[in-house]
Ligand binder design. Structure first.
Ligand code: ADP
Ligand code: MG
Length: 310
C-alpha cells in the first residue's frame, strides 16, 4: 500500500481512471479558429477543450463574441478549425473529405439556428419540412410521412402538421425546426440560441422540446443559450470565455450546483477569476497534495528575504 498522500492519489487515479477523451461523443482539444480579414486577425477560439458524453444535454453559455457560434459552426461541419483536434461520433472534423462531410452533416448532426426564418422552408408545411431531410438520406418515401408525423407528435406540435411557417408562432416554428433537425435520427443536436428571438413562455416550450429530443429520441444535445433560466434546468453548463472553456457547473437533483474548472489533456487548469481575486493569487501558487484533494496557496513573493539560516 502507499504511504504518502501523493502515492495514494496516484494509486487511486490508476484504479478509477476517467474514461479516455476518445470515448466521448464530442471531443475538442486545444481547438483554435483564427479568422483573417484583410489586415485584421481575430482569434475566435484560443485552445478550447470540450468533452461531451453520449446522451448528455449540455448548455453552452458565454458573453457575446466569446466563440460559441464559431464552435458550433465547426461541430456542425460547416467550418474548419485552424488548429487543434475535434472528433464527433468517430469523425475527425479536421480530416473529413467532401463526401464524409456531407454525410456527416446529413446523418450525424442536426442543427437549429436562432433565426426562425432560417430553419424552415416557407412554402412547405411543417410535415413537408420534416420529411425533406429524409429525402436526401434516401429514406423510402412511404416511411417519411409516418416518421415526420411521429416526430411532430413527440415534440408536442402534431397540430401544426399542415401549417406553413407563416401560420405558426415563433416557438412553434422552432419546435418544428427541432423535428427537422431530428428527422434523420442524428446522434448530436446542435442549437445556437434557439430561444433567442422568443418570449419566455415560447422559450420554455422550445426547451421542453429539446429535452424530449434528448430523452426520447436519444440525441446528445448541445445548446447555446443566454437564458439563465435554461442553463438552470440542465445538469451541465459549460462557460466559454475568450474562446476557451473556463468553468463548468454540474447541477445535482436537489437544487445543488457545483462549480468545476476544466482540465485539458496536458493537465492545465484555469482558476475562475473570482478565486484569483478573492485569494489574491499572482504569478506562482504552491500545491500541497492531501489524501483527497489538492490545496492551492499563494507562494511567497520572490522579493521577500530568504528565511534566516538555522
Ligand atoms: P458568439 O457566438 O459567442 O457571440 P462568435 O463565435 O460569433 O461569438 O464570434 C467570436 C469572435 O469571432 C468574434 O470576435 C467575432 O467577431 C469573430 N468572428 C466570427 N465569425 C467571423 C468571421 N466569419 N470572420 C471574422 N470574424 C469572425
Ligand atoms: Mg453566436
Amino acid at each position: 500500500m502507499s504511504d504518502t498522500p501523493l502515492a495514494a492519489l496516484e494509486e487511486r487515479a490508476r484504479a478509477d481512471r476517467a474514461p479516455a477523451a476518445d470515448e466521448a461523443l464530442i471531443s475538442c482539444d486545444s481547438l483554435v479558429r483564427i479568422f483573417r480579414t484583410d489586415e485584421v486577425e481575430v482569434q475566435a477560439l484560443q485552445g478550447l477543450d470540450l468533452h461531451v458524453t453520449e446522451g448528455e444535454l449540455t448548455a453552452l453559455v458565454g458573453a457575446s463574441g466569446s466563440g460559441k457560434s464559431t464552435l458550433l459552426g465547426i461541430l456542425s461541419g460547416l467550418d474548419l478549425p485552424t488548429a487543434g483536434r475535434a472528433r464527433v461520433a468517430g469523425h475527425d472534423l479536421l480530416a473529413m473529405g467532401r463526401r464524409e462531410r456531407l454525410d456527416y452533416r446529413r446523418r450525424t448532426i442536426g442543427f437549429i439556428w436562432q433565426q426562425t426564418g432560417r430553419n424552415l422552408l416557407p412554402y412547405l408545411t411543417a410535415l413537408e419540412n420534416v420529411m425533406l431531410p429524409m429525402k436526401y438520406t434516401r429514406v423510402p418515401r412511404r416511411h417519411r410521412a409516418a416518421r415526420a408525423e411521429e416526430l411532430l407528435g413527440t415534440l408536442g406540435i402534431g397540430y401544426c402538421r399542415d401549417r406553413r411557417p407563416g401560420e405558426m408562432s415563433g416557438g412553434e416554428q422552432q419546435r418544428v425546426a427541432i423535428a427537422v433537425a431530428g428527422a434523420n435520427e442524428p446522434r448530436v443536436l446542435l442549437a445556437d440560441e434557439p430561444t433567442g428571438e422568443l418570449d419566455t413562455a415560447s422559450g420554455t416550450e422550445v426547451f421542453t422540446a429539446l429535452r424530449r429530443a434528448n430523452e426520447q429520441l436519444g440525441a446528445t444535445v448541445l445548446v447555446v443559450t443566454h437564458d439563465a433560466q435554461v442553463s438552470g434546468q440542465v445538469r451541465r453548463t459549460v462557460r466559454i470565455r475568450d474562446g476557451r472553456t473556463s468553468t463548468e457547473t454540474l447541477r445535482g437533483d436537489a437544487e445543488t450546483a457545483e462549480e468545476y474548472a476544466v482540465l485539458d489533456r496536458a493537465g492545465r487548469l484555469q482558476l475562475p477569476r473570482e478565486y484569483v481575486t478573492t485569494y489574491a493569487l499572482t504569478r506562482r501558487v504552491r500545491l500541497t497534495p492531501e489524501p483527497d484533494h489538492i490545496a492551492i496557496w499563494q507562494a511567497p513573493s520572490e522579493e521577500e528575504p530568504p528565511p534566516p539560516p538555522q
